[in-house]
Design a protein around this ligand. Sequence first.
Ligand SMILES: NC(=O)c1ccc[n+]([C@@H]2O[C@H](COP(=O)([O-])OP(=O)(O)OC[C@H]3O[C@@H](n4cnc5c(N)ncnc54)[C@H](O)[C@@H]3O)[C@@H](O)[C@H]2O)c1
Length: 344
Amino acid sequence: MKVGVIGCGSIARQRHGYEYFHKDGVEVGGFFDRMTERAEALVNLYGGRVYGSVEEMLADSTIDAVSVCVANAAHAEITIAALNAGKHVLCEKPMAVTEEECEAMVAAARKNGKRLMIGHNQRLAPAHKRGKELLSAGRMGRVLTFQSTFGHKGPEMWSVDQGNHTWFFRKADASFGSMADLGIHKLDLVRYLIGSEIKSVYSTMTVLDKKLPDGSPIEVDDNSVEVLQFENGATGTVTTSWTHYGEECNATILYCEKGIMKLYADPEYSLQIVNADGSVERYALDRMQTNDDEQMASSGVIDEFVDAIVENRKSILDAEDILKSMKAVFACLRSAEEGKAVKP
Ligand SMILES: NC(=O)c1ccc[n+]([C@@H]2O[C@H](COP(=O)([O-])OP(=O)(O)OC[C@H]3O[C@@H](n4cnc5c(N)ncnc54)[C@H](O)[C@@H]3O)[C@@H](O)[C@H]2O)c1
């Protein structure tokens, strides 16, 4: 399989380019970025050629699949163009910036008979996978309540273009703040772990600390809290933050009929089970990937994208399912605006 990468910032460098380069059976065809020097830098690292435009890459009949790693607002247009050009697509999260765009992406994949997957690496994190297996096997009984947090020091310290002029802080390019940037991971994760659909959401979003270069508050939220209610009754919270200075938090805690499941709540033991009788089981499966890692450990996303295409099987990253999590994100936006709980 020959692949191209569109958008050559941090996620393309640390994950897509790196993992395609190391994946057996994959040839890196090349890179495009509107800043040509960024595409050149990734060609130097991972091979292939620099393309002069999205259209040039999509017109190359030797390219089978592309990764879309650009700013959020351009996900849908490029993804749909790639699907219409007969490419399989791995699009980064958040899938797109409106519900209509997300639905059009899924429809384009169906119409063209091509695969569309979204880069939801958290579903593939080892402790999350093991947690899902245990929950599905009934080890914990029903999930009653939960809390899931994703907080780090902010995307302006991660983007290839570091500083508070980052596109992540502007509505036009990012559309969303921490709630969708980080919250989509956790809304999707709890939906996946609990195995039920989200019935209602109540969300508050605020700008507490981040500033634009002129000192005014950023145009999107830097902190959010969501209260989620699931169809099966489970009720809990997701919190997101771009102002967790000093240490990231990626913890999900599920309070279940038979005890408590803690995922990435401890730096050493990524999965812990506290049984109802108080006994504790600790499993050191892995360490959660963080934005501070020099070179991320393999996310599993590229393996899953390529293998699901080659093996012609359903994928845990298929866009059709992730669209349901995106609907919850759009409901959170409506809820924060209207100040009341809403249905996705
Ligand atoms: N799965 C994850 O956990 C994860 C982590 C980080 C970023 N992301 C997502 O990946 C995407 C890219 O984020 P990043 O951190 O790499 O950002 P970044 O700022 O480091 O890089 C973005 C790159 O895209 C280029 N670009 C933007 N719009 C473009 C367009 N229309 N055409 C061509 N190039 C364009 C920019 O020039 C820049 O080089 C975002 O949607 C982000 O949410 C996902």
